[in-house]
Design a protein around this ligand. Structure first.
Ligand code: NAP
Length: 241
């Protein structure tokens, strides 16, 4: 029976590539999405055309606890087992001082911190049964904060700490690790100017952006490394050095 992975925010971009990479090593895929239903359905169609009954999509707004619980229970019934959870979904936008509200706090903490923890709680018994793994996707910028992103970075820092706490709490059955991407893709709905891009690349020793494949390959590595837990893998072209 194929192993099963739930990837949050998997309809597009990095999450989609992670889903495709796990599909390539014979996992069945649960594609979680919030608003990108067309992309999620099209990804599942693409995967199911190659291997029938290998992918399903589930909608959930991770800001809402009911949705988080429904996602966990629907994910459990999709293929009858779950071996891995990748907490990839993320809300990202700036919150300059004087301009944010509690609504922004809730929106940025929801998908980046609260939902990953509660999803793990909902799924931990099944992940234990399967000797499974969790991979949290954080952000290299928690080491050296970028300006005007205090709430987002606090959430991702929390997720980094959760990675270590949960690695202890869930050992020895479940391994919990994190990936901290550097400059991989422009934020959704934003195109960097050449000046902005050059500025970003000037802080990257390898002098290039990463790709979705770099993150997906790191996820596969962590999934296939039975003696690694509680670690964060920086995939950042050396930016954190
Ligand atoms: N891109 C980079 O260079 C970079 C750098 C550092 C860290 N990262 C981290 O790497 C991961 C993937 O990055 P990305 O750029 O591919 O992410 P992204 O496109 O910004 O977001 C991924 C998905 O998250 C989902 N999402 C957002 N808010 C949600 C909510 N409230 N409920 C449910 N789903 C929600 C969206 O799903 P729908 O489209 O279905 O609404 C979105 O497609 C993220 O955790 C990000 O923080 C990325």
């Amino acid at each position: 029976m194929n192993k099963v992975i739930l990837v949050t925010g998997a309809a597009k971009r990095i999450g989609k590539q992670i889903a495709k990479e796990f599909f390539a090593i014979d996992f069945n895929i649960i594609v979680h999405f919030n608003s990108s239903s067309e992309d999620a359905i099209s990804l599942c169609n693409e995967l199911n055309a190659i291997r029938p009954n290998s992918a399903v999509s589930i909608q959930a707004n991770l800001d809402h606890m009911n949705d988080v619980k429904n996602l966990a229970s629907q994910a459990m019934s999709a293929f009858g087992r779950i071996d891995g959870l990748i907490n990839n979904a993320s809300t990202f936008y700036p919150t300059p001082m004087g301009e944010f509200s509690e609504k922004d706090w809730d929106a940025l903490m929801g998908s980046n911190l609260k939902a990953p923890l509660f999803l793990v709680q909902e799924l931990h018994e099944e992940l234990k049964r399967q000797s499974g793994f969790v991979i949290n996707v954080t952000d290299i910028n928690i080491k050296r904060p970028i300006k005007n992103h205090s709430i987002y970075l606090a959430a991702k820092s929390g997720l980094d700490t959760l990675t270590k706490s949960l690695a202890k709490d869930l050992a020895p059955e479940i391994r919990v690790n994190a990936i901290a991407p550097g400059a991989i893709l422009e934020p959704p709905n934003k195109t960097w100017t050449d000046a902005e891009k050059n500025n970003i690349l000037s802080a990257v020793p390898l002098k290039k952006m990463g790709t979705e494949i770099d993150i997906a390959k790191a996820a596969i590595f962590l999934a296939e490394s039975p003696y690694i837990t509680g670690q964060t893998l920086n995939i950042d072209g050396g930016k954190s050095l």
